[in-house]
Write a protein that binds this ligand. Structure first.
Ligand SMILES: [Ca+2]
Length: 69
């Protein structure tokens, strides 16, 4: 499934959860830091991290993508 592949790519350290650091690393890897500011990453992260533990699980990730902004 596409979304789980995307999640695995974003989970750069293979921890099974996405941290804000993982997201920033991915944006930099894609060369998109010009378009995706830290502020936007933090906004997405705060919204997606529903349990507030500082990490995005695959369930939280799916929920954030499905619900949108
Ligand atoms: Ca979480």
């Amino acid at each position: 499934m596409f979304l789980s592949q995307l999640f695995q790519e974003m989970d750069t350290d293979g921890s099974g959860t996405i941290s804000a650091g993982d997201m920033k690393a991915l944006v930099e890897k894609a060369g998109a830091q010009e378009y995706v500011s830290d502020e936007r990453i933090n906004e997405f992260f705060a919204r997606a991290d529903q349990s507030g533990d500082g990490k995005i699980s695959i369930e939280e990730f799916f929920q954030a993508i499905i619900e949108g902004p």
